[in-house]
Design a protein around this ligand. Structure first.
Ligand code: AMP
Length: 282
């Protein structure tokens, strides 16, 4: 597995792939890899000729310096994992490589930047949009792989690809969960044992919400029940729980089975902020 640190190193490799007419799969990550990331990698390995994974903890998408500082770093284990899966190359840019000067550009995704994650993490998607645009320009993938776990991020990237006319396909990979339903996340490493036992309630609660909506209960009632149920857990506090269109993130006040919709939530379990989502109608 090749380790690539600079744009110049990658450019010459990329040129070779173009010449050989090989498709390039790209999996952007922030490291601390788990099986969810490896599902994206497996998709890329099966769908494309050459797979590049990037590991870069992007400072511009963190709205809390503490969160950025505390982001887990398991680089050597990550590299061993990727190597064992047969990944062709990893891109490991330094912050100076990607941002030789502090960026001036900020990409505003309109409504998408202002609701749910956009509302509670101001500036987050501006940072995500900027780094992913830079990576797409540098890497020039044929196909890029993203996780459904970050549904709003997928919607943002879809707009980025469309509005900037990036010549690539997006593949969205289903959320990988622990056996008890908790969505895998690098942040789960920071839950203490007690918090770890409570965290799966988020997923089981969403499944209940889905059943109730499909059986005809109103969203208002279902949401109130869910919030009441979780309020009983001291270490758990819900930041938002919304029913949305999975691409536009229009927020629905009522449930209709006639069009696509998903529930999305963010919650603190202790000090750890977790997000999850579940499609109700696909
Ligand atoms: P991150 O390293 O958290 O930036 O995630 C890198 C990619 O992995 C993103 O496209 C995420 O949506 C995806 N991802 C993270 N967790 C999961 C999961 N549990 N299942 C599927 N994909 C995931």
């Amino acid at each position: 597995m090749k380790r690539i640190y600079t744009e110049a190193e990658w450019k010459s490799l990329r040129f070779g792939l173009f010449q050989e007419n090989k498709s390039l799969g790209f999996v952007p990550t922030m490291g601390a890899l788990h099986q969810g990331h490896l599902d994206l990698v497996a998709e890329s390995l099966s769908q494309t000729d050459y797979t590049l994974v990037s590991i870069f903890v992007n400072p511009t998408q963190f709205n809390s310096h503490e969160d950025f500082q505390n982001y887990p770093n398991t680089l050597e284990a990550d590299l061993a994992l990727l190597d064992s899966k047969g990944v062709d190359a990893v891109f490991l840019p330094s912050t100076d490589t990607l941002y030789p000067k502090p960026p001036q550009l900020s990409i505003d995704f309109g409504h998408l930047s202002r609701v749910l994650e956009g509302k509670f993490r101001p500036g987050h998607f501006n940072g995500v949009g900027l780094v992913v645009a830079k990576l797409f320009h540098i890497i020039q993938p044929t196909v890029a792989f993203f996780g459904q776990k970050d549904l709003q991020q997928v919607a943002v990237i879809r707009r980025l690809v469309f509005d900037f006319s990036f010549d690539l396909d997006l593949v969205v990979v289903p959320t990988r969960r622990e056996i008890d339903g908790l969505a895998m996340s690098s942040r789960n490493l920071r839950l203490d044992p007690q918090e770890r036992t409570i965290a799966p309630l988020l997923y089981s609660g969403m499944q209940e919400v889905k059943q109730h909506l499909l059986s005809g209960m109103s969203w208002k009632e279902v949401k109130a029940n869910f919030l009441k149920q979780l309020a009983a857990q001291k270490q758990l506090s819900i930041e938002y729980l919304e029913l949305v269109h999975p691409e536009t993130f229009e927020i629905y006040e009522t449930f209709s089975p006639l069009g696509p919709c998903s529930i999305c939530l963010a919650a603190y379990v202790g000090k750890i902020r977790l997000i999850d989502n579940l499609p109700i109608i696909e």
